[in-house]
Design a binder for this molecule. Structure first.
Ligand code: HEM
Length: 354
């Protein structure tokens, strides 16, 4: 029989669960006098949410590095900055790039600690361990992609197809990383593991929604790059250039992103309105997806009308990440094992299905 981390048997039945868990989220709070490991669960949960927020901030600063054309601020050196471990009196672009390296390095360390915590607190094959391991993998890939951008010179005004591909891979990886840390936090907070059964149609739809967001984001990266490399002086001049055959390929792709984004948003709205909400958390997250899409459409249109000022670019990327995280959380809540079948929302020693 699976055992909870405090050595007692699992709670059975929906009514046996605390109100927070019945809402779909929230592992039972550790009790006074509980064994040492169990007491760490609540700190782990809080730390996981802090890492989600911190990772998001690092990603936004990364977008600022691109928008400010500071990707080559440290010269063609990695991991050293301009040949130095700690640059003396750095110029603005060097500072922007150096700060990104330091903050993303710290994110790597935090994710490593999160992973070590999951290994210590949760049993083998537990969902929190799996999500934290995925996060560790994605943060490693992120560092390698960042190093490749610098060492191959895919920064600044470089407009090569290799740079476009590397930028797109970088963005997709940041979104997968966000999904992994978010799932670590959600599952550590008591959202149940995905059920084995369930209607396959909904699984396909949720997968299609996630793929559509990633495709929209990849088109968005190309627009963002086109805006950095070929800034337009006015909306009309920009549109004329986009439609002209003389314009570079990247520039001509600009019109595709809003169209793809509208279709993706409609798909997401359909996904969350099509299914009856199963519990309070699922319903709330459905509203969150809906609202995030509307806000993101508005932010995208404003971004375009204002000729993509840096602040709007950052806000628009934040909007894309919020749409993504809302869908991931919504899917996790929908696919969570039915509460009546579930054991405890917290760590379950020996729970092989977790
Ligand atoms: C579901 C909706 C949308 C998503 C997920 C999305 C996602 C993205 C992403 C990830 C980027 C790249 C950001 C970066 O690398 O810094 C981007 C750029 C851009 N998007 Fe969207 N977008 C959406 C809707 C729209 C709409 C409706 C418009 C216009 C009507 C639009 C206009 C732009 C423009 C002009 C850029 C380039 C400037 C920038 O980087 O902000 N987007 N988008």
């Amino acid at each position: 029989m699976p055992q909870t981390i405090d050595g007692r048997g699992p709670q059975r039945g929906f009514a046996a669960r605390p109100a927070s868990a019945r809402a779909g989220l929230g592992a039972p709070a550790p009790q006074a006098g509980a064994p040492p490991r169990r007491r760490w669960l609540s700190s782990y949960r809080i730390s996981a949410w802090v890492v989600v927020v911190y990772t998001q901030l690092v990603i936004l600063w990364g977008a600022y590095v691109r928008a400010a054309g500071a990707g080559n601020g440290c010269g063609p050196n990695w991991p050293l900055c301009d040949g130095q471990f700690l640059p003396h009196a750095p110029k603005l672009k060097m500072f922007i790039e150096f700060f990104h390296r330091v903050s993303s390095g710290l994110d790597g360390v935090l994710i490593l600690v999160l992973w070590a915590g999951a290994m210590w607190l949760y049993p083998r094959r537990h969902r929190v361990r799996r999500a934290a391991t995925a996060a560790l993998g994605f943060v490693g890939i992120e560092a390698l992609l960042g190093a490749a951008l610098v060492l191959f010179g895919w920064v600044g005004m470089n407009a090569s197809p290799a740079r476009v591909t590397a930028d797109a891979a970088h963005l997709v990886n940041t979104m997968l990383l966000l999904a992994a840390v978010l799932l670590t936090a959600l599952w550590a907070s008591g959202v149940e593991h995905p059920a084995a059964g369930g209607p396959p149609k909904r699984r396909w739809l949720l997968g299609a929604g996630a793929a559509a967001i990633l495709a929209t984001a990849v088109c968005g990266v190309m627009v963002a790059l086109a805006d950095t490399l070929y800034p337009s002086t006015s909306l009309i001049a920009g549109m004329r250039l986009d439609l002209s055959h003389a314009a570079p390929m990247l520039d001509r792709l600009r019109a595709i992103h809003p169209a793809v984004a509208i279709l993706t948003g409609l798909l997401l709205i359909w996904i969350v309105t099509e299914a009856p909400a199963q519990q309070r958390l699922h319903k709330t997250l459905g509203y969150a997806v809906f609202a995030a899409v509307l806000v993101q459409w508005t932010a995208g249109a404003t971004d375009m009308l204002l000729l993509t000022p840096v602040a709007m670019q950052i806000l628009h990327l934040l909007g894309a990440d919020l749409v993504w995280m809302a869908l991931i959380a919504y899917a996790a809540a929908e696919l969570a094992d039915a509460p009546a079948k579930a054991t405890s929302g917290s760590a379950v020693v020996g729970d092989a299905t977790a």
